[in-house]
Write a protein that binds this ligand. Structure first.
Ligand SMILES: *Cc1c(COP(=O)(O)O)cnc(C)c1O
Length: 392
């Protein structure tokens, strides 16, 4: 029995089930929305908490031809996994001086370059490796975070990259940028950024660069702005079936299905009198005689402490609310006199169609976004993969 097969049947304290059929279906849905563009599945931060390699594999099975990570280390792990087709393109963008440029070149990664220090380091590494680096120049078209500023900085970077290309040290495979406000319907900065991006592309192409791909769209832009798709869309959260923002729509509105279900095994059910304080600080006091259920997951598992007295859990067919503080390893729910058996499954979130809350519900309860809810599920929670497919 494989490890995951054993976990699937073992009684577990907690588990995060990842439905790889949902990942595949989401990728197919996104490809249909951006038919003229290649699809990059963004699997940074361990696939937004879902497991980078299994999700990357499922995404590739459904037609993703690119994978994206933030750090080079994440990208190198994917390439070394031996579980992905050799020709899948892997891009990483968050570099710091002294990064593993040479390893990246040897692993055939596409690396992002935002400024002259990075171009200098990557060309030196290419010289040492004796083969060209695949470089994608990143433009800041208005996000005000990473990327090269338009104007003199862009002119200098483009011309140096063109010179390095002429020397055979790099191949500029892409020009790219990132949007600031695509998750806010109708935000005027999107048009401004698209205009800026087109201008920065035009300059680079006039200088002789011939990128394979030009890309700027994240999940919200992929879902709502076809004019942002260019040659490639970089979808992260939507691959995992979560809407980038509730204002844009629900997952179902876009034909997406959440892939992760987080559940725990009820550890204890007991009767307590009225007036009984519950959990650290006694922020919850029972209103009358009732039953309490102990749910054995806490903030160390990624259950946000900010969802104390607010987070929803499905136990015994009913939504219950976290009673008092979320502790490191556990929290309590007021079962209102119900007496489910210890070992009963408590579902914190899932796709929502079994009556359970969603990651979005937890995001609201904690005052955050669903990205943070799924990404922070801790390493102590085993990931159990459903619908794994070996072929491909
Ligand atoms: C994380 C990330 C994405 C994916 O964003 P989603 O909103 O999850 O689709 C795309 N591009 C870059 C540069 C990112 O860092």
């Amino acid at each position: 029995m494989t490890e995951t097969a054993a976990l699937r049947t073992a009684p577990l304290r907690a588990r995060a089930e990842i439905d790889l059929d949902a990942v595949r279906a989401n990728v197919r849905t996104l490809r249909a929305l951006a038919p003229g563009a290649a699809l990059m599945a963004v699997v940074k931060s361990d696939g937004y908490g879902h497991g980078a390699t299994p999700c990357a594999r499922a995404a590739v099975q459904a037609g993703a031809t690119w994978l994206g990570t933030a750090t080079p280390e994440e990208a190198l792990v994917l390439r070394a996994s031996g579980q992905l087709p050799d020709d899948v393109r892997i891009m990483c963008w968050l570099w710091t001086p002294g990064g593993p440029w040479r390893e990246a070149i040897e692993a055939r990664l596409d690396v992002s370059v935002s400024g002259m220090w990075a171009l200098d380091e990557v060309t030196a590494a290419a010289r040492a490796a004796g083969r060209p680096a695949r470089v994608q120049l990143k433009a800041d078209t208005g996000l005000g975070r990473g990327g090269c500023q338009p104007g003199d900085d862009w002119t200098e970077l483009v011309s140096a990259a063109r010179a390095a290309e002429a020397e055979g040290l790099v191949k500029v495979t892409g020009l790219w940028s990132h949007l600031a406000c695509a998750d806010e319907p109708g935000h005027s900065s999107v048009d401004a950024q698209l205009d800026g991006f087109r201008a920065m592309i035009a300059h680079a192409e006039q200088q002789g660069l011939r990128p394979e791909v030009r890309h700027i769209a994240n999940s919200p832009a992929t879902l709502t702005r076809p004019d942002s798709h260019f040659d490639l869309v970089r979808t992260g959260i939507a691959v995992y079936g979560i809407s980038p923002s509730p204002e844009l729509g629900s997952p179902a509105d876009f034909g997406l299905r959440p892939a992760m279900t987080l559940s725990a095994s009820v550890a204890l059910v007991k009767q307590v009198p009225g007036g009984h304080g519950v959990s650290y600080g006694h922020h919850y006091i029972t209103a009358g005689e009732t039953t309490l259920g102990l749910i054995p997951v806490g903030y160390a598992d990624g259950v946000p402490r900010h969802a104390s007295s607010a987070g929803p859990v499905l136990v015994g067919g009913k939504w219950r609310t976290v009673a008092g503080r979320v502790a490191m390893d556990q929290f309590v729910v007021d079962l209102g006199g119900d007496r489910p058996e210890p070992g009963e499954r408590a579902v914190l979130f899932g796709p929502g169609d079994g009556g359970e809350p969603t990651a979005e519900d937890w995001a609201k309860a904690a005052g955050t976004i669903a990205y943070e809810i799924v990404t922070r599920i801790g390493t102590r929670v085993p990931r159990v993969y459903l619908n794994e497919r070996q072929a491909g």
